[in-house]
Unconditional design. Structure first.
Lengths: 269, 289
């Protein structure tokens, strides 16, 4: 059940998106998010949704996998949609039942909200997390943020922390699964009882999980020291990043798309 | 057969409906006899650990049935919790499941979940600790202060204290030194003798299973390729080799002695037996002059 959470998991492949430079992908995702949030007319929302699926197709990642990660936020989406439908007021009344008034604007707003979240999750996961190995991702981040080193911000250390954190997400999920099974075998009941009882049932999972996470951290630190890790100072790279023509083409495509969305907003507002 | 628990045409697939779908067991039928220790053996990936989790209802068969005393354990899925009290499972490297403030409280966690009285729990905890080789002066210690071997014993005691009708242990002695192995497996043996319950030990140590198991079940690609007493199973050396297992080293050693012309009897599977046999051959030679 925990294994079903696929958010932030690299899916190896060799698609166009896989081959883009991670630095460029970070820029692209910023542009893409700006695009999503600047959309404000029905047609631009339709285009945003379409673009997310184009990206999904380009990545050659099984759509089922990516759409599966939407399940995790389904309730949040449904909740915000309902709130929007009932609480947004406007001019065009759609339905009136006693004290409840539903306006067209509310429905429209709810749909936009859902499109935004879907595009955000599908687009960003396909563009970045699914198609970029964690190492390449943090490598890219470190390079993008390296100007901050001038301000004495430890960019390398942060990116190393991120690399390690990302690397251990699947391991910890597996570990959690294992501990849950072991405690179930000892009769822990996770699925019934009052809220306090269920919260208490989590103690036998959380304690061993923390203990093992600290152990792992300790072992990892020792292993890194043994290999003479001394932080980012003077560290060279095994693979150097090169921007290629496809990277600039992708950038141009994203900027163009942003331009189209802004133009549509101005035209239809 | 007098099977306490059995699998009937069980197929199990992991991650059904995802790109990672994988068949771990394919149409497996097997049974474990009542009141003995069965050693379940097989190479890595033969589905041993999957079987362990199917037996106590942590995994639900994709197809087929798991029968406990002849009844399907999934007949009423809501009551699967009760099955977990009847079939205890000790996972591989169970040390990680410890969480309580003290050893005593950790062992008492399982029995506590069963809703037993305080006296009953205390008695069971003391009993289980005795079999697992935990001295009472460790009771008030934090489980996290213990050594690896001691943690293992506390974890095993935690499941033993639930006194399940069937106890399944997945590689209980993995990664321990010979003395540690002996103590844990010997404790399990003693526990079985007293409780007369059904025990299944998953292992790939021929040496250990030759000594501590009553019957051996050899798995190969999800099928039982051999079932019988250790003597019966080990007499099929070629077949064992094919499934990636080999006879105990001591058996090979005795065979080498025979080949060197020393008059010892074959069919020996433990160091103790070998010791007596070599001694006997030696005495005989001395008497014979």
């Amino acid at each position: 059940m925990l294994k079903d959470i696929t958010l932030g998991q690299y899916f190896p492949g060799n698609s166009v998106l896989h081959r883009l430079d991670p630095r460029m992908k970070i820029f692209l995702i910023v542009i893409y998010i700006i695009t999503i949030f600047s959309a404000s007319t029905p047609i631009s929302f339709a285009l945003v949704l379409l673009s997310a699926f184009v990206l999904l197709l380009l990545s050659r990642i099984p759509p089922k996998l990516v759409l599966g990660s939407l399940k995790a936020v389904f309730f949040i989406m449904a909740f915000t949609a309902i709130i929007n439908i009932f609480w947004t007021t406007g001019d065009r009344l759609l339905l009136e039942a006693g004290p409840i008034k539903i306006y067209w604007e509310g429905v429209e707003y709810a749909i936009f909200m859902i499109v935004r979240v879907v595009a955000l999750i599908v687009g960003s996961s396909v563009l970045l997390t699914y198609t970029t190995s964690p190492i390449a991702l943090t490598d890219g981040l470190e390079r993008v943020l390296s100007p901050l080193k001038a301000l004495h911000i430890p960019v390398h250390e942060f990116s190393m922390m991120m690399t390690i954190a990302l690397r251990f997400i699947p391991t910890l999920i597996e570990e959690t699964d294992k501990i849950i099974s072991a405690q179930k075998a000892r009769g822990t009941d996770f699925s019934s009882g009052s809220i306090t009882q269920r919260a208490r049932a989590l103690i036998p999972v959380m304690v061993p999980l923390f203990v093992s996470a600290f152990h792992r951290a300790d072992e990892l630190a020792v292993a890194m020291e043994c290999r003479c890790y001394r932080g980012g100072e003077g560290r060279t790279r095994m693979t150097r990043l090169h921007l290629r023509s496809t990277d600039f083409f992708a950038l141009a495509a994203h900027l163009l798309f942003l331009g189209v969305i802004i133009a549509l907003n101005i035209l239809f507002s | 057969m007098n099977n306490k628990i059995s699998l009937e045409h069980v197929t199990y697939r992991y991650s059904v409906g995802t790109p990672f779908e994988k068949t771990a067991l394919d149409d497996v039928t097997l049974g474990f006899e009542q009141g003995i220790i069965t050693g379940l053996m097989g190479h890595t990936g033969s589905g041993k650990s999957t079987i362990a989790q199917l037996l106590n209802g942590l995994l639900r068969p994709t197809e087929g049935r798991v029968l406990l005393d002849g009844e399907d354990i999934w007949a009423e899925p809501k009551k699967i919790g009760a099955v977990r009290f009847r079939v205890g499972l000790v996972f591989q490297y169970p040390e990680y499941q410890l969480f309580e403030e003290s050893v005593e409280r950790d062992i008492a966690y399982g029995p506590g979940n069963m809703g037993l009285s305080q006296e009953e729990i205390t008695e069971r905890v003391h009993n289980a600790a005795r079999f697992a080789g935990i001295s009472p002066d460790l009771f008030d210690k934090s489980p996290f202060e213990l050594s690896g071997g001691q943690k293992r014993r506390v974890a095993i005691a935690g499941v033993m204290a639930m006194e399940p009708e069937i106890l399944v242990l997945d590689e209980p002695a993995a990664g321990l030194d010979p003395a540690g192995r002996r103590e844990i497996l010997g404790g399990i043996r003693a526990y079985q003798k007293e409780k007369k319950n059904t025990i299944i030990i998953i292992s790939h140590s021929m040496e250990d299973m030759a000594i501590y198991a009553d019957k051996l079940m050899v798995l190969d690609h999800g099928h039982v390729s051999r079932y019988g007493t250790p003597h019966e199973v080990f007499s099929h050396a070629e077949e064992l080799k094919q499934v990636g297992l080999s006879r105990p080293q001591i058996t090979k050693f005795i065979m080498e002695l025979q080949r060197a012309g020393i008059p010892v009897e074959g069919g020996i599977y433990s160091v103790d037996e070998a010791y007596r046999e070599v001694l006997r051959a030696f005495e005989k030679k001395r008497m014979g002059g």
